[in-house]
Design a binder for this molecule. Structure first.
Ligand SMILES: [Zn+2]
Length: 435
């Protein structure tokens, strides 16, 4: 039965909203756990892009939950059905929990294809239209440990009308009820958990209604949809998430979809979010960049400024103070990364990040990565993905440490310094220039 085993044990709630704890009872046998605030492991068809399982496991503290997107698996349904063993076995995954989301957070989903009874997802072969029956048939062949119920999330654009937002909340609740009915009568989905989806766009009452009604259903947790980077500013996002959190039970996790930037993560944790999708390191890797922001909370803020001066002029100026974004293009470079394709790195013999213990930083220098990138060597993606994933996991680990030791403000100040320092820089097609 859905919602019966996953348990969120909170060890601290800071200022009534930021939650620190452990999500227990994950997986069919309930032996896995995940610390919160935390992120999931992003994958393409079960594999972290660029990394083999062996390479992945050279990293420490890998999240216990792998995110697989239904959009990518849907077109393989017939093969999976024939295989019978479920997606985890099919993809050669062993010691991980599989969570199946509807969409890929790193891929844009074109709007305009949702009806009363269907939603559309895009695979490599094009659009796939899903009814609840088809959606659930795919879940039965995937056999994930936990999945997001079908939802009408086509409301993230800021000009969406109130009427359309209300409709998305109603449809999403109807889809959830239908999913739960099929789920409860399915032998294949016994022991699998369902997350309900909170919709409602930028209207506070609709957000609260969606949360309240979803919480009445037997779900194991909640996906907060329609908040993705670029869809709204952080002030509004925080306000809406706080309103949602008031309607949700304390002991069930809240997973925020489509948000991965470190400054936005911090602000959303403060509003009451527990889990994030881990797609950000992949996006950074794909643009040939390395995460380089410092999150060391043992340094005092003044020293942090000195430390940043070194790299400040080669970061992008996209971020604005308070984490506001100016447009929704998630492929744009952020102030948390350096562009290793830039010619300034051709003779830079330092590691990507001083003191980083990942395989890439221990064995290679920025100059080598620069060379791999400009010659389009596949190894560039491998090494960048190792570093970016390790760096991002490290950030979440420090975030939890900061919550445990009342240092969240210090961590936030470091982010503000970073964004403010990088804001005076503009990106040009050939490289970077100070504004
Ligand atoms: Zn590294």
């Amino acid at each position: 039965m859905a919602g019966s085993r996953i348990k969120l044990e909170l060890s601290r709630v800071v200022q009534g909203e930021s939650r620190l704890g452990v999500l227990k009872g994950l997986g069919r046998t309930g032996q896995h756990c995940l610390e919160v605030p935390g992120c999931l492991l992003y994958s393409h068809l079960g594999t972290v892009p660029h990394l083999t399982q062996d390479t992945l496991h050279t990293l420490k503290n890998i999240p216990a939950v792998t995110q697989v997107t239904l959009s990518s698996v849907a077109e393989h349904q017939e093969v999976l059905q024939e295989f019978k063993g479920g997606f985890k076995k099919f993809a050669g995954l062993h010691d991980t929990v599989v969570y199946c989301s509807l969409h890929d957070p790193a891929a844009l989903c074109p709007p305009g294809y949702t009806t009363n009874k269907t939603v559309s997802v895009w695979g490599s072969g094009g659009r796939i239209e899903l009814t609840v029956a088809k959606f659930m048939a795919i879940q039965k062949t995937i056999q994930p440990d936990w999945y997001q119920s079908m939802a009408d999330g086509e409301t993230w654009q800021s000009n969406t009308s109130r009427k359309r937002l209300r409709k998305s909340v109603d449809r999403t609740l109807a889809h959830l009820d239908e999913c739960l009915t099929i789920h409860q009568n399915s032998q294949d989905l016994q022991g699998v958990e369902v997350f309900g989806v909170v919709e409602g766009g930028d209207i506070l009452e609709e957000r609260a209604r969606s949360a309240r009604e979803t919480a009445k259903r037997p779900v194991a947790g909640f996906c907060l949809d329609g908040f993705q980077t670029g869809s709204m500013d952080q002030t509004l996002r925080t306000q809406l998430i706080k309103a949602i959190a008031k309607e949700l039970p304390e002991d069930k996790p809240r997973l925020l979809q489509g948000v991965g930037r470190p400054d936005e993560v911090l602000a959303c944790v403060e509003a009451g979010v527990d889990l994030f999708e881990g797609f950000f390191p992949f996006q950074v890797t794909e643009r040939g960049c390395a995460l380089s922001f410092s999150f060391d909370i043992s340094l005092d803020p003044e020293r942090a400024v000195l430390e940043l001066n070194d790299d400040e002029t080669c970061r992008a100026g996209e971020g604005q103070p308070n984490g506001e974004v100016t447009d929704g293009d998630q492929t744009q470079m952020t102030s948390f990364e350096i562009n290793l394709k830039d010619k300034r790195y051709h003779d830079d013999f330092r590691p990507l990040v001083e003191g980083c213990g990942c395989y890439c930083c221990v064995n290679h220098q920025r100059a080598y990565l620069h060379h791999l990138l400009v010659t389009n060597e596949l190894l560039a993606g491998v090494l960048l993905m190792i570093h970016n994933t390790a760096h991002y996991i490290g950030f979440f680990s420090t975030l939890r440490e900061a919550l445990a030791n009342d240092k969240l403000d210090l961590l936030k100040r470091r982010q503000v310094i970073l964004i403010a320092t990088s804001f005076s820089v503009t990106v040009t097609p050939d490289g970077f220039e100070s504004a």
